[in-house]
Design a protein around this ligand. Structure first.
Ligand SMILES: Nc1ncnc2c1ncn2[C@@H]1O[C@H](COP(=O)(O)OP(=O)(O)OP(=O)(O)O)[C@@H](O)[C@H]1O
Length: 571
């Protein structure tokens, strides 16, 4: 409701109780509260509605109801109303009395978001009964007009479903839990059930994107990665940007991506919504939420390899992924099995890491801030980054292309670049709890070679309140880019020749034997990179953060205080 628009106030009946109901212009909210305490369910609805009429007369006489509701009322922000419909058409109201057949009372139903525990949302409905048709139409029109003004909401979506992701229930989840909500909200969809890996990615290069207000993926992180690659690739193609150039400024993607979690790992959904729940994600999409997200581009010299939004991990997390791929038949449990196996293997890898710190970043990886909805650290960091870029363009500060590189050589058990906290239900803190979704930087975590017991202590701290970086063998930096070169390629000028590191015949056999027999005391030469759950063949890589390159249908994790009051909130 626009500021200055008149308030709509009436006495309507909700669940047999007379309620004072208002559309508050200044709060852009629908509010209602019972006018008197409930006296028992046996009260006849006819008597209640008659009382409603009496109160309406009283309203006319007194010139309006009082402006502030006392405690005990409900408030639903208009921005969280999903839809409004004529209750007769919706048939959502329980018609319990004969009286309605005689008097034909009129009613409308409001569907809205209710906050549950742990960032979960559900769709609730409340039906308001009016004394006459004119009043009912007045309410339907006022609410409809307000919903029409929610211009950020999508109307037409392109949906890709991976029928084989997670427990192979993507299609079922979409049809049973998500599609009914979209139809309630008046959203039309075009659904493509993928037939092969990379179907969605390839399709995104061909479709007419102008037709859609958003692209959804139903599946896990692998499916999201497909859509991410398809969309970013398509936008670069349309804007004649060469993604193979590691120094190029990529064109941002304006169309939003929605994730309906239905995979084995739904890390991106968890970190941007706070829960892996298809209904919650669908509701964020319906309300038209928007969350910008940094994307890291991974290159090998002048060749583009992959984009990543969550974790780029070498060593421990790369080995887990590689090992888990062999046991896909175990389902999601394959990650636990592979993790345990890799922990026992205690592999370490020699190499050199070079990086440039993100000097503009407002936070640090070891502070106690957490990236939350409307994050101040992200906003401040980007403001400082833009200021820095403007100063560079004017020649006021020196170009950092060549300067400020820091180099660390060592034997690493894990090298991780976390672009977000990477929290998941198993590790609610994540790999880097203070990492931010859209600050233009990633957290580079280096775990040097250490004893098995120390590595276990480090891993356990991902699940408790202690600082997982507070060990002499762990280093963490907030960076704008980094490079990694494994030791055996350090001397090699022609690192481009490496197609896959395991292609070096002698080393391949050696690595294979030792991976299978960790007790022999030898170590594998190379790990692989785990790039958002997909393996990279190359080991010598460079990564750069592209700030706020994409937008998701999400709002970041909300402050839990909102859940305590619930929605509709008690005033
Ligand atoms: N129809 C299909 N057939 C085979 N593979 C597909 C199909 N559609 C998508 N894929 C691929 O399946 C992979 C895994 O998908 P998804 O992320 O949805 O499930 P997941 O169980 O979470 O997998 P993972 O845990 O391995 O990421 C993705 O890399 C995607 O490219």
């Amino acid at each position: 409701m626009q500021s200055g628009a008149p308030a709509l106030r009436s006495v309507l009946t909700v669940k047999g109780q007379s309620c004072e109901v208002s559309l508050e212009p200044e709060r852009a909210a629908l509010c209602w509260r019972e006018l008197r305490p409930r006296r028992g369910r046996e009260r006849s609805r006819a008597a209640e509605l008659c009382l409603t009429r009496v109160l309406h007369r009283a309203r006319a006489l007194t010139g309006g109801l009082k402006h502030q509701f006392p405690p005990g009322g409900h408030v639903v922000p208009v921005s969280e109303i999903i839809s409004v419909e004529d209750a007769d058409a919706g048939e959502t109201y329980h018609h319990g009395s004969n009286w309605q057949h005689m008097c034909k009372p009129h009613a409308f139903t409001v569907h809205y978001v209710q906050r549950m525990k742990k960032h979960r949302w559900s769709c609730k409905a409340v039906t308001f009964w009016c004394s006459d048709e004119v009043l009912c139409c007045q309410w339907l029109k006022a609410l409809g007009d307000l919903l029409d003004r929610q211009t950020c909401r999508p109307k037409h979506l392109l949906v890709y479903i991976n029928p084989y992701g997670g427990k192979k229930k993507g299609k079922q989840i979409y049809e049973r839990k998500v599609a009914p909500l979209f139809s309630l909200a008046g959203i039309s969809t075009e659904v493509i059930v993928t037939e092969f890996a990379n179907h969605a990615r390839d399709n995104l290069y061909e479709v007419n994107l102008d037709k859609y207000d958003g692209i959804l993926c139903v599946g896990g992180d692998g499916m999201f990665s497909e859509v991410l690659h398809g969309l970013i690739g398509r936008v670069q193609k349309d804007t004649a940007i060469d993604p193979n150039d590691p120094d190029v400024v990529l064109s941002p993607c304006d169309i939003r991506i929605g994730i309906i979690p239905a995979g084995s790992t739904d890390c991106v959904c968890f970190a941007t919504v706070g829960v892996n729940d298809p209904v919650t994600s669908a509701l964020h999409i319906i309300l038209g939420d928007s969350q910008v997200l940094d994307v890291c581009a991974v290159h090998r010299k002048k060749r583009f390899l992959k984009y990543t939004v969550s974790n780029l991990g070498y060593g421990f997390y790369g080995d887990i992924l590689k090992s888990s791929e062999k046991n896909r038949w175990l389902g999601p449990a394959r990650y636990d099995f592979a993790g345990f196996k890799m922990f026992l293997s205690r592999n370490w890898y020699e190499g050199t890491v070079s990086f440039q710190p993100a000097k503009w970043a407002a936070g640090s990886p070891r502070d106690l801030t957490r990236c939350r909805s409307g994050c101040d650290v992200c906003r401040q960091s980007i403001a400082q980054l833009e200021e820095h870029q403007r100063a560079q363009a004017r020649g006021l500060v020196r170009n950092e292309q060549e300067d400020d590189w820091k180099t660390i050589k060592g034997k690493f058990m894990a090298v991780n670049a976390a672009n977000m906290c990477c929290a998941c239900p198993r590790s609610p803190k994540g790999l880097s709890p203070a990492a931010h979704l859209a600050d233009g930087a990633a957290d580079l975590i280096l775990v040097h070679k250490c004893s098995r017991i120390n590595f276990l202590r480090h891993l356990i701290r991902h699940t408790n309140k202690k600082d997982q970086f507070d060990f002499p063998f762990v280093e963490v930096y907030r960076v704008k880019n980094f490079q990694f070169t494994p030791k055996h390629l350090e001397e090699d000028d022609d690192v481009d020749a490496e197609s896959t590191d395991m292609a070096i015949p002698g080393k391949k056999n050696f690595a294979q034997i030792c991976a299978d027999h960790p007790s022999c005391g030898c170590n594998q030469v190379n790990s692989v990179w785990n790039c958002d759950g997909e393996t990279l063949d190359q080991t010598a890589i460079e990564m750069r953060v592209h700030s706020q390159l994409i937008k998701l249908f999400a709002r970041g994790i909300e402050d839990s205080k909102l859940e305590d009051v619930g929605c509709p909130s008690r005033v």
